[in-house]
Design a protein around this ligand. Sequence first.
Ligand SMILES: [Zn+2]
Length: 252
Amino acid sequence: MIYQQKGVMIRQASYSESSRIITVLTEDGSQVPLMSRGFNKPKSPFIVLRQGIKEALFTYNRFKGMGTLNEVDVIEPFKKLNGNFTVYTYGSYVMELITRALEEGMKQDSFYRLLIRSLKLLEEESEPSGVTAFTAIKMLPYYGGQINVDECAVCGTRDRSLFTHYSFNHHSVICSRCINDTLRSVVPVSNRVLYLAGYMKHVPIDNVESINISEENGKQLLSFIEMIYDEYTGVYFKSRRLIRSMGDADST
Ligand SMILES: [Zn+2]
């Protein structure tokens, strides 16, 4: 049967000297492995897939298992994202956050919507750490993690202006009135960051038009979410190390 679906190539592996097997995350949120004959040839029709992250229309034959790629038409080349090393690295982090949670036979169209939304935000110059944090917050439940930034675990207040700390014992925010020396595993987190985390947790994916926050707030927010991942998920992303090393380079 012939299919035509929007998708993003998420993996590729060499098959022979001239061919590769690519895996596409399609718009309905499934992973489709496709034999791409002639991928490595100089005049390959699949040349557009060789570099960068792109959304494309994939035309392929498939009965069961592996399909055969016939045609690729790029829909969104993400030119700014692919043309800027820093933004591209954040784009790779976004890809990793989403694709690592994929399981065999899974169909999750929200993963695709989140991927495209996050990549578009990066393309349209939203704050990159903020965009990555948004993706990470939306993906957290799929890694078995949780983040509670809506009410103080001790007194139950929902007054966001009072939140100043996060407790890993209570798995929740703590307000300034309830902070005392007897609480363990508590870290100070800026009120603004906790507010942003709460907003991103609840906002529907498709409602986010832009993330215009300062670079400092974006970085603090991403660090906070990474701390949550460390505490609850035990999954570590390669792109995270790369971004950290870029940060070190900036500061020297
Ligand atoms: Zn409280």
